[in-house]
Write a protein that binds this ligand. Structure first.
Ligand code: NAD
Length: 361
């Protein structure tokens, strides 16, 4: 089987971490007799410099014609002063929109080997957690009607949270299907005690539940969820929520893993084609120094194999290789605990070699 992957290295550490992921994909491809064609494309700050736009038409067309998109990160201080439509991040928003990617999947897993990096109390960290957050990505308040007007007390501003049944149903289906493949537990997070849009959200989720008898669904209010995530994260498996609640809760969940350099993400739509990227940015402070942690990007590639190409065994092989490397005490600088015995600090390329070695055994 051949897969055509649109590859956007982006800016800062983007080229370094993407190089790692491509090496891993090539090795896994050889092992499973699958061939990956990598089509390297320009987007973000480097595209602004060379072509005058964050997302050249040729890049968008190539993404639309690909089997999936793998992205490093875009942006950096050099482009911070540009107006909104000309900023590097505009490339990401446009790709998501043009590819119809309405679901953002962010796993937040506390690896047993890294529980010392978890900022929660030791007894909570010791239990570990493995959460998959499914966030609606193209609706809700971030896309609703907004504006300013004159009111009796001066200027007023408003943003509207609006969801259609169809929008809720399609994100719900992704969450139910994921829950079916995991432990069968799904928590839908809303604010149904106050918001009408949340009451519709809840109705649609409950209606969908009839189609998925093997999934146990429960509701949780968003304020309680924010608290429960730090009190008892182990109670969560799959979470489904709206764009704004998901934005906030997924950042909270990533922080309790204690390691931004380890967390992958996927954005999906109605087709198998998705966009896969680490959750972190372009880390300009360490760019070009072979210091970046490539694991979030390597795990994003594993998500691509599982979710877009249905290569479950290949995806698991990558994840197991990463766990083994960490179990051996090998770390990049961002996840190294100073003074911890039996750990060794590696560069980005050394970490890549360590993961490759585990894949090739
Ligand atoms: P950042 O995630 O780039 O960096 C935050 C901190 O984490 C830095 O100290 C950085 O060195 C460290 N870090 C991040 N990834 C790391 C990795 N893989 N290995 C080791 N350390 C890592 O966030 P920021 O500094 O707020 O943003 C920098 C630029 O990235 C900005 O221009 C921002 O707009 C952009 N950004 C892009 C994306 C994206 O492309 N999806 C996401 C977030 C931020």
């Amino acid at each position: 089987m051949d897969y055509n992957i649109a590859v956007i290295e982006g800016d800062g550490i983007g080229p370094e971490i993407i190089d790692s992921a491509l090496q891993i994909l090539t090795a896994v491809g050889e092992k499973f007799n699958v061939s990956f064609a990598f089509n390297k494309l320009s987007a973000g700050g480097n595209a602004i410099d060379s072509l005058g736009t964050p997302l050249p038409d040729s890049t968008l067309m190539a993404c639309l014609n690909s089997d999936s998109v793998l992205l490093g990160a875009v942006g950096g201080p050099k482009w911070d002063g540009l107006p909104g439509d000309m900023r590097p991040e505009k490339a990401l928003l446009s790709i998501r929109k043009e590819l119809g990617l309405y679901a953002n999947l962010r796993p937040a897993r506390l690896l047993p080997e890294l529980k010392d990096a978890c900022p929660l109390r030791k007894e909570i960290a010791d239990e570990g957690f493995d959460i998959m957050i499914v966030r609606e990505l193209t609706g809700g308040m971030y896309f609703g009607e907004r504006g300013r007007r004159e009111g009796p007390d001066g200027q007023e501003a408003f943003d509207t949270e609006c969801y259609s049944e169809a929008e809720i149903e399609r994100i719900g289906i992704i969450a139910f299907e994921l829950a079916e493949k995991r432990t069968g537990r799904l928590i839908s997070i809303d604010k149904a005690n106050v918001l009408e849009s949340s009451r519709l959200w809840r109705e649609v989720m409950h209606r969908l539940a009839l189609r998925y008898p093997h999934v146990e669904i429960s509701d949780m209010l968003v304020d309680n969820a924010a608290m429960q995530l730090i009190r008892n994260p182990n109670q969560f498996d799959v979470i489904v929520t709206s764009n704004m609640f998901g934005d906030i809760l997924s950042d909270e969940a990533s922080q309790i893993t204690g390691s931004i350099g380890l967390l992958p993400s996927a954005s999906l739509g109605a087709t198998k084609r998705g966009m896969y990227e680490p959750i972190h940015g372009s880390a300009p402070d360490i760019a070009g120094r072979d210091m970046a942690n490539p694991i979030a990007t390597i795990l994003s590639a594993a998500m691509m194999l599982r979710l877009s190409f249905e290569l479950e065994e290949a995806a698991s092989l990558i994840e197991t290789a990463v766990s083994r490397v960490l179990a051996k005490g090998l770390r990049t600088a961002d996840i190294a605990e100073p003074g911890t015995p039996d750990t060794e600090v590696l560069s980005c390329s050394q970490m890549t070699m360590a993961v490759l070695k585990e894949i090739e055994v």
